[in-house]
Design a protein around this ligand. Structure first.
Ligand code: EPU
Length: 334
């Protein structure tokens, strides 16, 4: 059995950099070690940890935290046009993006610099600058927590939606994603550069995937705090989706309200709502709202998870009172 550590600090493993402890902690590097770590422990006593970039611990955990440290990138198939690669869950997402750029494989360049690991990317169907994981993912490999059986689930069967998937619903707490497979494209690449901020950043017409990634990196570095310097989990809230009629009523009151079409409904940037209420850049002790992006809550040094959550609730209440919109946290709170 892989060595278990007791009363282990999870602070270095989460990008919010918040002090909290897990009664047991084990870092696994193979499927065999993962199976051993899961065996004979009730599901509610297990917490899975990937890149720690989408979780807020508000208290200590009286169970076993399993750190998924499975590594490796393998090319499974090559055709004239594309390549199928298998990436283990514990690979850092941005390191994987850099690997694709080095190998001149297109598909994930718009998703550069997103924090977290490859194995957690399908859970919330990560997305940025007009591309979502579901556009490039072929399937993923799962380990069922109870039966310890492995299964391959196609992208269609993962029900990937806006920051949503089967892993947040029917399969919540049932499985561990152990690897993800991607269909990546050889040159000549088709690029996705129409997203407003990205189109502005890219000056010339003829671009490469490497230039697109560099532009995304520049935009993100300007607006988003680096978790190595200021603790954060990227966007804290989801952008709310409202009906056409709700949107029209709001637009009458707030003519500058930005919006994006979302199927039959309308997506409103949560950042705009929060910004309007004057929260941008505010600070409550060491918990705060980032001065450059109102959707990002930050830990300046020693905020507790409970303090960050209290600030999140203060924002939710203010948005509800003024705009009548319920903001939903994108980050998982424990
Ligand atoms: N805005 C403000 N104030 C701000 C920031 C933004 O009013 O402080 C308004 C502006 O009108 C702006 C609009 O909000 O045009 C949208 O802002 P932005 O393009 O920065 O994107 P976002 O909706 O805030 C989403 C994702 C990000 C992703 C970006 C770019 C969610 C919850 N967030 O943010 O994802 O990088 O689009 O595609 O969907 C993440 O999930 O952690 C994340 C960073």
């Amino acid at each position: 059995m892989k060595a278990i550590q007791y009363k282990h600090s999870i602070r270095p493993y989460t990008t919010f950099n918040i002090a909290a402890h897990s009664a047991e902690f084990v870092s696994v590097q193979s499927i065999a070690e993962l199976k051993e770590a899961l065996e004979n422990i009730p599901p509610q006593k297990i917490r899975l940890l990937g890149g720690g970039s989408n979780m807020l611990w508000t208290q200590d955990f009286d169970g076993r935290t399993i750190h998924l440290n499975l590594k490796g990138i393998t090319t499974l198939e090559t055709t004239e046009k594309d390549v199928l690669v298998d990436v283990q869950a514990g690979e850092n997402w941005h390191d994987f993006v850099l690997w694709t750029l080095k190998n001149d494989l297109g598909g994930v360049e718009n998703l550069a610099l997103i924090p977290g690991n490859v194995g957690t990317a399908p859970i919330q169907n990560i997305g940025a600058y007009g591309v979502e994981l579901k556009d490039v993912m072929e399937n993923c490999t799962l380990l069922h927590r109870n039966s310890l059986k492995e299964e391959i689930l196609s992208t269609a069967d993962c029900h990937l939606g806006y920051r949503d998937s089967i892993f947040k619903n029917k399969l919540k707490d049932q499985v561990v994603i152990t690897s993800v497979r991607f269909r990546l494209f050889k040159a000549p690449h088709s690029l996705h550069t129409s997203y407003g901020a990205l189109a502005q950043e890219l000056a010339t017409r003829h671009q490469t995937i490497q230039e697109v990634a560099q532009a995304v990196i520049r935009i993100r570095q300007r607006k988003l705090p680096d978790p190595k310097e200021i603790g954060n989990c990227g966007s804290f809230f989801k952008n709310p989706i409202v009906s056409q009629s709700v949107f029209m009523a709001l637009q009458k009151k707030y003519p500058n309200l930005p919006s994006y079409p979302a199927d039959q409904a309308v997506k409103i940037p949560a950042a705009w709502l929060i910004d309007q209420l004057g929260f941008k850049g505010i600070r409550r002790g060491d918990a705060g709202v980032h001065p450059n992006q109102a959707l990002v809550l930050v830990n300046y040094a020693n905020a507790s998870g409970a303090e960050i959550w209290a600030l999140a609730q203060e924002i939710q209440e203010a948005v509800q009172t003024t705009f009548g919109i319920a903001l939903e946290a994108e980050v998982t709170r424990y």
